[in-house]
Design a protein around this ligand. Structure first.
Ligand code: ADP
Ligand code: MG
Length: 225
């Protein structure tokens, strides 16, 4: 589903050059749960922005579902991103002036779905993440774990090919983190492709496959037995 070959991304700051991605080749198959692990500054966010079509590489090829997205125009990228990627972020990124249902339905409305149908689907997704009855709560009326569940419901509502989670438990206590990780595992068991980005090697153990990134170089790891 994801096939990246020899991706390179260099940032220039005055005379300084940082190779944020150095000849990265990376594959993800449909139905996999892959963790990308690396310390701060290793290039995780840069790689996540590539996978999620928020940024383009300087060189190399990215095929998403067989479609070359490495040199697509920003407009077309936005369309593919909207259809194929569901994002989950560390800080939830919910809109504070909207309730849970309105947050979840927003991307559906962007796609042109009618309000009644978007509401129905949003309710369904909130139920799926264990938030039935909380549809009208605003983010400030929900715990951190509940807010992240809303964010997961929002990401799933568009039926994305890939759920892309960047430090999804980074702002949560350990008990709530386990709940969110269990939810990601359960979604994967139901067939959802999940890519998890984290600096925490312990969290990465929850995935079926781990790759490590250091100084922009990606290393594939053998699964521990
Ligand atoms: P991580 O998410 O693993 O902490 P990043 O992908 O954010 O790592 O950063 C990788 C490297 O690229 C770092 O050295 C960082 O300073 C540099 N970098 C990231 N974004 C930019 C940018 N917009 N401009 C210049 N340098 C950047
Ligand atoms: Mg980062």
């Amino acid at each position: 589903m994801i096939s990246m070959t020899h991706l390179t991304k260099t940032y220039r700051m005055g005379d300084d050059e940082v190779r944020a991605l150095d000849n990265v080749s990376f594959q993800v198959k449909r139905g996999e749960f892959v963790a990308i692990v690396g310390p701060s500054g290793s290039g995780k966010s840069t790689l996540m922005n590539m996978i999620g079509l928020l940024d383009s590489p300087d060189s190399g090829t990215y095929l998403l579902d067989g479609e070359d997205v490495s040199r697509m125009s920003d407009d077309r990228l936005a369309g593919v991103r909207n259809r194929k990627i569901g994002f989950v972020f560390q800080h939830f990124n919910l809109l504070g002036n909207m309730n849970a249902r309105e947050n979840v339905r927003l991307p559906l409305l962007y796609r042109g779905m009618r309000v009644a149908e978007a509401d129905r689907l949003a309710n369904c997704m909130l139920e799926k993440v264990g938030l039935a009855g909380r549809e009208k709560h605003r983010p400030t009326q929900l715990s951190g774990g509940q807010q992240q569940r809303v964010a997961i419901a929002r990401a799933l509502a568009g039926m994305p090919e890939i759920l892309l989670a960047d430090e999804p438990t980074g702002a949560l206590d350990s008990r709530t983190s386990v709940e969110i990780m269990d939810m990601l595992k359960e979604l994967n068991a139901q067939g959802q492709t999940v890519v998890l980005i984290t600096h925490n090697p312990e969290l990465a153990l929850e995935a079926n496959r781990t790759v490590t990134i250091a100084d922009g170089v990606l290393y594939e790891e053998a699964k521990a037995v």
